[in-house]
Design a protein around this ligand. Structure first.
Ligand code: HEM
Length: 131
């Protein structure tokens, strides 16, 4: 039986496993390597902050996650299927490593954000959209 997510170190482990998959993934990998050419050293700590803020109610993440993806979607279109696949990789990473209340919350909150993201991206393609 896997342990639950209990600390920032656990979040780091989870996010690192997820990103190692996402970056190599045939369906969504190119967003991280070609569209954005991310420096993981800079990017990953923001993702750790993001999940620590959500799961442990800290106020570490100060960005605007939806706006970031609206901008990304303008550079290279993100489809609903790709968002579903992102969620699949996230759930797979959580399940591989963790089990319990926080693990369930990590999957639930990600699922809600994928729904919001699909809606925001479709809205942002409409004329006159204001974030
Ligand atoms: C197909 C789906 C997705 C793709 C391809 C994707 C890709 C990316 C990329 C390339 C960035 C870097 C953007 C930049 O630095 O300008 C990014 C940032 C980020 N993504 Fe995603 N993402 C997806 C879905 C999601 C979802 C559903 C969430 C939330 C649960 C999420 C959370 C984040 C966060 C927190 C950041 C950091 C934003 C910041 O720097 O403030 N992503 N994503």
């Amino acid at each position: 039986m896997n342990p639950d997510i209990q600390s920032r170190e656990d979040i780091q482990t989870l996010v690192d496993v997820f990103y190692s998959r996402a970056i190599k993934d045939d369906t969504i990998g190119y967003f991280f390597t070609d569209t954005m050419q991310l420096s993981l050293e800079e990017h990953l700590p923001r993702i750790y902050d993001f999940w620590e803020s959500i799961l442990f109610h800290k106020s570490l993440y100060k960005g605007n996650v939806m706006l970031k993806h609206i901008e990304l979607n303008r550079l290279a279109k993100i489809s609903d299927q790709q968002i579903d696949h992102w969620l699949f990789l996230w759930e797979q990473s959580v399940d591989q490593l963790f089990q319990g209340e926080f693990a369930a919350e990590a999957k639930h909150r990600a699922s809600l954000m994928t729904q919001l993201m699909k809606f925001k991206l479709s809205q942002s393609s409409e004329l006159g959209f204001i974030q």
